[in-house]
Design a protein around this ligand. Structure first.
Ligand code: NAD
Ligand code: KPL
Length: 303
C-alpha cells in the first residue's frame, strides 16, 4: 500500500526518504503547481545522514489530482494540518488511515473532526531533522516515535513497514498521555528560552520559574485526566534541560528564523484547557501573555 506524504518539510522528508529507501511505495503531495515544478526540476528528495547525501526520486502529485489515498502521513506544522488535509478528503479511499505527526495538541482533533469515519493515528516524535536546502533534509538527531490511537487500542498492520524502514517506533494505547507529557515539557522549557534568549541550559539560572511552571503544568495534567503525564514532570524537565543544555529549543529556532511558532498548540492549548476546567494557573497565563507580546513585537503571529 502506498504511503502518501502530505508536507514535504523536515520530518515528512525524513519519513518519505527512509520509506522509499526500504523499497516501499511513497508519493508526496505538494501544495501547488509551482512547488511541483520546482520539485521535479530538483529530481527528488535528498536525505543527508552522517554527512552522506543520497537522492530519492519519489513521485509527487498535487492535492487536486492525487491518486486514491489509503494511508496518509500528515507532516505539516500543527497550524497547517487541518487546511492541508481538507482538499484531500475526496481522494481518501474507504478505510483510509491517517498518521498525524504534529507536535502539541489541538490540531489532531481539528483534523479528526473532519474525518469522523477515518482512523487517525497520533504520533509523538523526538527525532530531529532540518532542511539545509530545497528538497534536502538533514537527519540531525536520532530519536523515537510513539504512535497510538485513543479510540482503538489495536495496532495497525503497517507498523512492520516502519521497522523495515528503520524508523524507531513504539505503539502505545496511551498516546494522549505521551502527547500531554511532551506538551508540558515544551511549555516548561521552550517559551522561557525565547524570553531569556538562551540555550536550554540557560534555564539552569532560572530554577524558581521553571519549578513553579512545572507545579502548574502538573496540576493541569491531573485535572484533565492525565496523572501519568504529571508524574515526575519537574524532575524530567530538569533532566531534559541538562541533557540538551547546549541546544536551542525548537521554538527558539523558529523565532530566531522569523518563522511562525506552534504556540497555540503548546502553551495556548495548555492555557485554554485550564480555562475550560476552571483552573487558575497564573504563572502559565503570564508566560503566555509575555510570549505573545514578545512575538507581536517581532511581527510574528501570536496564534
Ligand atoms: P516543516 O515546516 O519543515 O514542514 C512542513 C511542510 O508542510 C512544509 O514543507 C510546508 O510547505 C508543508 N505544507 C504546509 N501546508 C501544506 C499544504 N497545504 N499542502 C502541502 N504541504 C503543506 O515542519 P517540520 O519541522 O517537519 O514539522 C512538522 C511537525 O513535526 C511539527 O508539528 C513539528 O513540531 C513536529 N516535529 C518536528 C521535528 C523536527 O525535527 N523537524 C521533530 C519533532 C516533531
Ligand atoms: O522538544 C524540545 C524542543 O525543543 O521542542 C525539547 C528539547 C524537549 C525542549 O522542550
Amino acid at each position: 500500500m502506498t504511503w502518501h506524504i502530505l508536507g514535504a518539510g523536515s520530518l515528512g522528508s525524513l519519513w518519505a526518504t527512509r520509506l522509499a529507501r526500504a523499497g516501499l511505495p511513497v508519493r508526496l503531495i505538494l501544495r501547488d503547481r509551482a512547488r511541483l515544478r520546482a520539485y521535479e526540476a530538483a529530481g527528488g528528495l535528498t536525505l543527508v545522514e552522517q554527512d552522506q547525501a543520497r537522492q530519492y526520486a519519489i513521485p509527487a502529485e498535487l492535492p487536486s489530482t492525487a491518486s486514491p489515498i489509503s494511508r496518509l502521513l500528515v507532516a505539516c506544522k500543527a497550524y497547517d494540518a487541518e487546511a492541508a488535509v481538507q482538499p484531500l478528503l475526496p481522494h481518501l479511499s474507504p478505510g483510509a488511515e491517517l498518521i498525524l505527526l504534529q507536535n502539541g495538541l489541538g490540531s489532531q482533533d481539528a483534523v479528526a473532526l473532519r474525518l469522523p469515519h477515518t482512523r487517525c493515528v497520533l504520533a509523538s516524535s523526538t527525532e530531529g531533522a532540518f532542511r539545509d536546502g530545497d528538497w534536502r533534509v538533514v537527519f540531525a538527531g536520532h530519536g523515537f516515535t510513539w504512535l497510538g490511537d485513543p479510540l482503538q487500542p489495536a495496532a495497525p498492520i503497517w507498523l512492520n513497514e516502519l521497522e523495515h524502514a528503520g524508523i524507531p517506533y513504539g505503539w502505545t494505547p496511551d498516546i494522549l498521555s505521551r502527547l500531554w507529557r511532551k506538551l508540558a515539557l515544551n511549555c516548561a522549557i521552550n517559551p522561557l528560552t525565547v524570553l531569556y534568549d538562551c540555550r536550554n541550559g540557560g534555564l539552569l539560572e532560572h530554577p524558581a520559574e521553571v519549578s513553579v511552571l512545572c507545579v502548574e503544568l502538573a496540576e493541569l495534567l491531573q485535572r484533565c485526566g492525565q496523572p501519568d503525564a504529571a508524574d515526575g514532570l519537574h524532575e524530567e524537565v530538569l533532566r531534559v534541560i541538562q541533557a540538551t543544555a547546549a541546544n536551542y529549543s525548537s521554538m527558539y529556532q523558529d523565532v530566531a528564523h522569523g518563522r511562525r511558532t506552534e504556540i497555540s498548540y503548546l502553551l495556548g492549548h495548555a492555557c485554554a484547557t485550564a480555562t475550560r476546567h476552571r483552573l487558575s494557573l497564573p504563572h502559565l497565563d503570564r508566560l503566555h501573555t509575555r510570549l505573545k507580546t514578545y512575538l507581536q513585537q517581532r511581527g510574528l503571529p501570536v496564534t
